[in-house]
Ligand binder design. Sequence first.
Ligand code: PMP
Length: 281
Amino acid sequence: TYVLYNDSILDENDVAISYKDRGYHFGDGVYEVIRVYNGQYFTLDEHLTRLYESAKKIELEIPHSFEAFKTLLHDYKETLKTENGSIYVQITRGASDRNHLYTKEEKPVILGFEVKGKSVDTKQEQGVAAYVTEDVRWLRCDIKSLNLLGNVMAKRKAFDHDCEEAILYRESGVTEGSSSNLFLVNNETLYTHPANNLILNGITRQEILAIAKELKIGVIEEPFPKEVLLHADEAFITSTSLEIVPVHTFKGDIEATISVGTVTKKLQQALKEHVQKKTNA
Ligand code: PMP
């Protein structure tokens, strides 16, 4: 297969990455996962905007203009001939002798490849179990950083308890999933954590907020204590790869069962239509 490496599209066997890359030493970099539907990128501008924002927040200057990066990603998708799939793209601060201190003279390294996910149809239809556990991550979860140890440890813990996702909470309330955002539905109103430093403002989350507005479904973006999970009418997680997946069971520090509800189904349907409309032009 082909790999995107800086401004070139290479055969995967021709990619040579320095052992000195700060991505390996420090997780010093940022990334995005972008969906392709019907041979077209979905919400590419939104993902690239977030990538540039994440990079700016860590003082990493992306060596391409926004438009040049977009062209590169389009060329890459054409080379891969992807019709439906996901493209992963990361940018690290580049190679340096191992030293916490970055000098701002490093040369950033871009790496992109296609990620093949399993079908999420059954999960979308039947829902999944989620493991409620403490959020022990840092306080800049708004940055889509390569440092994902807090997330990967939580995900493993969830799987060890037969759950698909970990739902994280702090003293201030429930934040998000280990690789998704969380929404609750109570009395036909959506509840989700506000987009501040404690969560990643998901592109799917943003699409759902826009769809809710169109459908005149009320939204409350405020933190809520984990005990609210005990009496939610409906709950669902969202991400680029999952789209909207209902949660039918909470385990761990909160235990509850919920049925897959009508608001969740309505939003799933609306999101699918929205994707078709935007990528079938
Ligand atoms: N929160 C976290 C921590 C994530 O890792 C992800 C997905 N990568 C999301 C939320 C969902 O973001 P998006 O909808 O942009 O995929």
